[in-house]
Design a protein around this ligand. Structure first.
Ligand SMILES: [Zn+2]
Length: 275
């Protein structure tokens, strides 16, 4: 994997496909980031490879590897008007918790129980294929008042997909969410945070708001419970959107970390909102 420490000056890297030409663009978190007091970006980290299941990842699919590092030429054409959301803007100490890649029959209920214990509302970015396998669990998430965002059908790197494939991944997932919960999602999170002008255009077409994150403890890589806890507590600021995972692998470290982190964040005066 790329040594991501060299990317510390680059907060976001976006691939812009313009015709046959692919441009690598880097831009700072949205201007609103600066407006959030102390809302420093977490240290730049490789995109979570977060393969859905062993063997599913294609070689080179890890965006931390595929996104060249150190390219700083701003080139945001087409992204300014509708770029992903990295922060929430709902007042002092408002933060958001996002839980990706579920539903998972083992870990989603554990996360739900923790959220219920602390009266926290979260946003679950769920995968269509998994929704189809565990519809009752999806309804339980919705019934407990949590938001559910569209996180594609198969969790591909959409930057590498055709326009038709991008559309199908998104439409199919919105449809099953509507069938399962009775509600059409209005948020979309790109797998690996891999946004392109094509993906953002499709979000506009589908009426979906693109949702990213600003605190990434890389829980998918199972770095140890204390590492997940430490990263979240050190990098969360007013407005932070925290990324965690309840699917795509063994998420017992994530659950254990949340057990520690949620009461600590509440003790520090934070409250949880939805994007
Ligand atoms: Zn994901």
């Amino acid at each position: 994997m790329t040594d991501v420490s060299t990317a510390s000056s680059v907060s976001r890297r976006v691939l812009l496909s313009l015709g046959g030409l692919t441009l690598i663009s880097a831009f700072a978190p949205p201007a609103a980031a600066a407006a959030s007091p102390g809302a420093a970006k977490a240290p730049a980290a490789a995109r979570p490879p977060s393969p859905m299941r062993p063997g599913e990842m294609r070689p080179g699919q890890v965006l931390g590897d595929s996104h060249p590092v150190g390219v700083t030429t701003p080139h945001e054409t087409g992204l300014n008007r509708h770029r992903p959301q990295y922060y929430v803007h709902k007042g002092s100490h408002a933060i958001a918790l996002t839980i990706d890649d579920g539903p998972h029959p083992r870990y989603t209920p554990q996360v739900l129980a923790l959220l219920q214990r602390y009266g926290i509302t979260a946003t679950f970015c769920q995968i269509g294929d998994e929704i189809g396998r565990h519809p009752a669990l999806v309804r339980e998430v919705a019934d407990q008042g949590h938001l559910i965002a569209n996180h594609t059908w198969t969790h591909p790197d959409l930057v590498r997909e055709t326009r038709t494939a991008v559309r199908e991944e998104i439409v199919r997932t919105s449809e099953i969410l509507e069938r399962t919960t009775g509600r059409t999602p209005d948020l979309f999170r790109a797998p690996y945070g891999a946004w392109s002008s094509r993906v953002l255009a499709e979000c506009r077409t589908q009426g979906l708001r693109p949702l990213d994150w600003s605190v990434d403890p890389r829980d998918w890589s199972r770095p140890g419970v204390s590492s997940i806890v430490r990263t979240i507590l050190r990098t969360t600021r007013t407005g932070s959107i925290i990324l965690e995972h309840d699917g795509g692998g063994d998420r017992s470290q994530t659950v254990a970390a949340l057990r520690t982190v949620l009461p600590r964040l509440l003790d520090e005066g934070y409250h949880f909102v939805t994007p």
